[in-house]
Design a binder for this molecule. Sequence first.
Ligand code: NDP
Length: 329
Amino acid sequence: SRQFRLIRRPVGLPKRDDFEFRVEPARPPEAGEVMVGVEYISLDPAMRGWMNEGKSYIKPVGLGEVMRAGAIGTVIESRAEGFAAGDVVTGPLGVQSVATLAAKDCLKVDPSLAPKPLFISTLGMPGMTAYFGLLAVGEPKQGETVVVSAAAGAVGALVGQIAKIQGCRVVGIAGREDKCRYIVDELGFDAAIDYKTESVPDRLRETCPNGIDVYFDNVGGQILDDCLARINLRARIVICGAISQYNSTTPVRGPANYLSLLVNRARMQGMIVFDWADRYPEGMRAMAGWLKEGKLKSREDIVDGLDNFPETLLKLFTGENFGKLVLKV
Ligand code: NDP
């Protein structure tokens, strides 16, 4: 198996030297395990957090361990009931070409339903994050205004499209002109704000004349503060992520405008997608249905070559990715 192991806790942006690239014989499966040929690896902003020491919602990747990652692949050999060679599975396969792991951690998928990358995109973790984060935590109602940041990314693009399906007015914030054009022209958002070239407070005033009812936050930092300044009575802020803070070498910056929550009796709530694991089938059915009806578009940004892992991951933090970032093994 070709693999990347974490050998050093990154300071700031992760570097190639924080990992060791190794080629090792794949471990044959023991009872209850499967050996999987990994095909597409999901690169997620959360991976940055998993590299840090300290208490979180999941234990950190240990030094010397294969870097954790969700992925999809095909079973090569099985010693687990219900799994056979040739089955296509998703699971925490890691940044490697062959993974041996407990079959109970894998989910069998039907590859005739969609191209494989979709199972780690719209039909996978980012899709479930958008679906449950927006609907169960954001609770948007018809006619309300929903704002989403990192709006052309894996989660954000889906959040905006689901909000449109719910009959909301949707404004997306993204960091490039072509991304802004895409979410309005191709995905049907009502407006877009380019936070790198426009004044976010000014543009929020223009594009959200009735204020913000739901803010789906993927980035934290200044954009969160700008949105808090425009929220309505009983607004809901979904804390999905804070990518602007993940590589910070100084303490994480909290919202300065938090008294807006008090004044507006608003709620700001964190969410972790894994909490909805028992409802994924429902989420997947809904997303697959909307894809089929043409109400939802899925966009994957696929980079070739496992060897490019460290540099490819950085695209998430520079905004070079356009759509769900996937590494093809
Ligand atoms: P994306 O596909 O959205 O990629 C990340 C994007 O973030 C970049 O393309 C870039 O877009 C934007 N970005 C990067 N740095 C900054 C910055 N400093 N300020 C503003 N925007 C920035 O990634 P995902 O869709 O996978 O993840 C989006 C968010 O959702 C992340 O915060 C992630 O941690 C979170 N998440 C949370 C989950 C949960 O369970 N809570 C599960 C999955 C994801 P641009 O060009 O617009 O700057």
